[in-house]
Design a protein around this ligand. Structure first.
Ligand code: NOJ
Ligand code: CA
Length: 538
């Protein structure tokens, strides 16, 4: 391997796998996934051989103590583990066991808000004179009314909640149980920075930062303009309650703190539909290492749309900054279902996987996508997600993307010996890890091949991206090049056979394909792509 390859940080070369701890593996038969469950599945993720999936890092959605009003995104103690998930000792062991396998561990950092049960908030709400009053965002309101039109998306109500004790309003823009902290208060900042240090000292490799563009709010409390938007759904332009320019200063401070440790990384959620806004959080390579690019979560199945989003992102990123891509996460319907089309659903999932894993940038996988887990319809009586409950039947909520991992065909899918907290997808007896791991033609085997091929192919890890736009746009063709070596990627987004004429691409041999044998010669000037064919040529 070349020295550049060694110089590139792990989070540029690695594939990051998101685990929703409640749903990955239960170890003590209470129907809820936990840390010991995750430890028992680390070999599945990467045991150093090509039998395992081959991911390089895991991101754990929150597992801190929490009343679980928003399933852990409401934290009541930042420096411990919720008993549902285990103990701090279990976490130590998870970290050790992951590191022993070369798997990095990223924690979820939820520092825009705490739980209303956090001792800081309990103290803050106790009296206007409390030392911690100013640690949260309080407002006297206007003649008994909230100070402005800011909105709580999970409650469909004002984001200002009047508190009995002092008759003032606190701000909470998710559920009412997630009061937002005041980052302009120096003591709060110090306390949060101590939290960030706590896990870094323990050895975690970085953070996925929740709702970064929420951190600071308008000091004049101005109204947001109303604006109806469907995908993603929203009612306002968030000029004043989010996306404040001051947030960048805070990101730089957090980055400096991270940089005082070696090889740690920050990936931040900038929830918005504007890639430009997300790109700004890379700063001058002095803010987040990665700002999530959520474009693919909201993409129709179309080579043209994907092409535009990739080119837009490549062009927006400041020089020296590294892209990233995500197809699914715990907040959106799984992409297998978003792109489902009868018997073509799985071929589409292969095209999507090949795209995610061959673009220039860090891929984020969501647990279960490697076996094609589908979004499950959740009946109203089974809903758990606070947003799902509130918005039913208008919007489906997020439970459908959080169902238990489908390990095998035994009762409860090998996830638990007890009834799981959310029902499994009924397809688990036929769609599960055990069934697919033993089948060389399965989607899981395809992911596994792609992941291991990536690892040994510098052009796929770090290569430049050059696209060959096509008209009509029904397939994608691009090349990744590194140190004089190139890999060409061709992806047919249709069920039609396509006659291809791309003399710009060199004739090559098959590295990996859904339809052809490895090593087969392909002439890119005159060839046909089969329905939903994935073709990687070297
Ligand atoms: C974004 C997280 O991804 C989501 O799950 C959570 O509900 C909100 N932030 C609030 O923390
Ligand atoms: Ca458990």
């Amino acid at each position: 391997m070349s020295s550049d390859l060694h110089a590139a940080p792990w989070w540029q070369q690695g594939v990051i796998y998101q685990i929703y701890p409640r749903s990955f593996q239960d170890s003590n038969a209470d129907g809820i996934g936990d840390l010991r469950g995750i430890i028992s599945r680390l070999d599945y993720l990467n045991d150093g051989t090509e039998k395992s999936l081959g991911v390089d890092a895991i991101w754990l959605s929150p597992c801190y103590p929490s009343p679980m009003s928003d399933f852990g995104y409401d934290i009541s103690d930042y420096t411990d583990i919720d008993p549902l998930f285990g103990t701090l000792q279990d976490f130590h062991e998870l970290l050790q066991e992951a590191h022993r396998r070369g798997i990095k561990v990223i924690m979820d950092l939820v520092i825009n808000h705490t739980s209303d049960q956090h001792p800081w908030f309990i103290e803050s709400r106790a009296s206007k004179a409390s030392d911690k009053r100013d640690w949260y965002i309080w407002h006297a309101g206007n003649k008994g009314k909230p100070p402005n039109n800011w909105f709580a998306g999970f409650e469909l109500k004002s984001a200002w909640w009047r508190d009995e004790t002092t008759q003032e309003f606190y701000l909470a823009t998710f559920t009412r149980h997630q009061p937002e902290v005041n980052w302009r208060n120096a003591q709060l900042k110090e306390a949060m920075f101590a939290v960030i240090r706590f896990w870094l000292e323990m050895g975690v490799d970085g953070y996925r930062m929740d709702t970064v563009n929420w951190y600071l709010k308008d000091e004049l409390w101005r109204n947001n303009p109303w604006h109806l938007q469907l995908n993603p759904p929203d009612l306002q332009r968030h000029i004043y309650d989010r996306n404040r320019p001051e947030t960048h200063g805070l990101c730089r401070d957090i980055r400096r703190l991270l940089d005082s440790y070696s090889e740690r990384m920050l990936v931040g959620e900038i929830f918005c539909d504007d890639a430009r806004l997300a790109a700004e959080y890379y700063g001058k390579s002095d803010e987040l290492h990665l700002a999530f690019n959520f474009a693919f979560l909201f993409q129709p199945w179309s080579a043209k749309h994907f092409h535009h989003k990739i080119v837009e992102w490549e062009n927006l990123l400041p020089t020296g900054c590294w892209p990233n891509y995500t197809l699914s996460n715990h907040d959106q319907p799984r992409h297998y279902t978003r792109y489902a089309q009868g018997t073509w659903s799985e071929p589409r999932a292969r095209v999507a996987a090949a795209l995610l894993l061959t673009l220039r940038g860090t891929p984020f996988l969501y647990y279960g996508e490697e076996i094609g887990m589908a979004n499950r319809h959740i009946a109203r009586r089974e809903l758990q997600d606070p947003m799902g409950k509130k918005l039913w039947p208008l919007l489906p909520g997020r439970d459908g993307a959080r169902t238990p991992m489908q390990w095998d065909s035994s009762p409860h899918g090998g996830f638990s010996f007890a009834k799981p907290w959310l029902p499994l997808n009924p397809d688990y007896p036929v769609k599960n890890v055990v069934g697919q791991a033993g089948d060389a033609q399965s989607l899981f085997s395809f992911y596994r091949r792609l992941l291991w091929l990536r690892k040994k192919t510098p052009a796929l890890l770090l290569g430049e991206y050059r696209s060959f736009a096509t008209t009509p746009h029904d397939f994608l063709a691009y090349q990744r090049s590194y140190n004089g070596e190139s890999v060409s990627v061709l992806l047919n987004f249709t069920r039609r056979r396509l006659r291809i004429h791309l003399p710009q691409l060199p004739t090559g041999r098959v590295l990996l394909s859904t339809h052809r044998g490895e090593g087969e010669k392909v002439d890119t000037a005159h060839m046909e792509l089969q329905a939903y064919e994935v073709l990687l040529l070297a």
